[in-house]
Ligand binder design. Structure first.
Ligand SMILES: [Zn+2]
Length: 361
């Protein structure tokens, strides 16, 4: 972490602690305009199914429950669709918090749903079409499996040897972060995916088994979509960096994800594919979700595919005036601090943003 980043994190923690500790966040909450804080994570920590994933993709059930319970005392826990509808109609009332989970991991059915039932919270789960419906192993998990088996240096050397001297080939890379970035932004997606799949098989891995361990099956996805506290949403077919694709390829990826939802929810999605706001299938999450991952044309393609809103991974709260195709979300994982997320839900960081100070991004 760079020095600037560390100073910012320190100031953020200090500011949040003061507001939270003195109870001033309640005053800020009362006098700030109606807002919707959208939380996002991936998995409830479950060693059996997601033990191999990076720590920042997981949150322990106890921690998530504590966050939802604490926020639920002061704010309304809503679904993304309900929160947007209330902002739009001016009936926001109290401030609102919605939970979202990306990709479609198995714990979302087996661990998240019971947790939601206990806390009275609800969630939107964004499903990756290729993994859930076609059991295709996403390259990131192929890479994770290889790094787990060989270590980052050896995995990078093998990927480099397999790709040869092409852009994105990780020649000389020795750490997992750089390896991931290089393959995500610089490598040709088709070559990368084929190379990683072949390397997993050469090391004795079974790509379909890796998918089965991590991701919901279609039957589980159907059960999840039918579960009371959950709405499901789209997350493309193959989780690409949309900004790197032409408009036609973006359309294929985005409507490929929408087709999976239609299959799961045929009774709710209309002919044009557009689900009513507040019903399952209306929402979309951009893969990776940073500004530079989302193409200039992506919001338009998402709208044309029938989605009524789309979420990014930039932090902040959403108001009535926020572009519904560029909604902000706050990450939750085991490193998430309750007083910081609580201060964001209360409008405390937004107060500073209005003064031109962003302690979060
Ligand atoms: Zn994702």
């Amino acid at each position: 972490m760079g020095l600037k980043h560390r100073i910012k994190a320190g100031l953020r923690g200090l500011y949040a602690r003061v507001l939270w500790g003195t109870g001033l966040h309640r005053v800020v909450d009362r006098f700030s305009r109606p807002r919707l804080l959208v939380l996002y994570g991936h998995c409830v920590d479950q060693p059996r199914t997601n033990g191999s994933l990076d720590a920042d993709m997981k949150i322990s059930g106890a921690r998530l429950e504590k966050i939802l319970e604490t926020l639920g005392r002061r704010h309304d826990l809503v679904t993304l669709g309900e929160g947007l509808e209330r902002l739009r109609s001016g009936r926001a009332g109290r401030s609102m918090v919605a939970l979202t989970m990306d990709d479609g991991y198995r714990d979302n059915l087996h661990d998240l749903v019971p947790l939601l039932e206990r806390t009275g919270a609800r969630a939107t789960v964004f499903l990756e079409g290729g993994a859930v419906a076609s059991r295709e192993l996403p390259w990131l998990h192929a890479l994770g499996w290889l790094v787990g088996r060989l270590g980052a240096t050896e995995a990078a050397a093998q990927v480099a040897a397999s790709l040869g001297e092409v852009p994105g080939s990780p020649v000389g890379v020795t750490d997992a972060g750089t390896l991931k970035r290089r393959l995500k932004y610089d490598a040709d997606p088709d070559r990368r995916d084929a190379a990683l799949q072949a390397l997993v098989e050469a090391e004795g891995g079974d790509p379909v088994q890796i998918v089965d361990d991590l991701y919901l099956s279609m039957d589980e996805a159907r059960a999840l979509a039918a579960a009371g506290p959950v709405e499901v949403g789209g997350h493309t077919a193959h989780h690409p960096v949309l900004a790197r694709l032409g408009v036609d390829a973006q359309e294929r990826e985005i409507s490929g994800g929408a087709a999976l939802l239609r299959e799961l929810l045929d009774e709710e999605v209309s002919e044009e594919g557009r689900a009513p706001l507040g019903a399952s299938g209306h929402a979309f999450a951009y893969p990776y979700g940073r500004r530079w991952d989302i193409g200039e044309h992506s919001p338009g393609v998402v709208a044309a595919a029938g989605y009524t809103c789309a979420v990014t991974t930039h932090a902040g709260v959403n108001h009535r005036s926020t572009d519904p195709y560029l909604l902000k979300r706050w990450p939750i994982h085991d490193g998430t601090r309750l007083h910081e997320v609580g201060v964001e839900a209360s409008g405390g960081f937004e107060l500073l943003r209005r003064l031109g100070i962003d302690l979060v991004e």
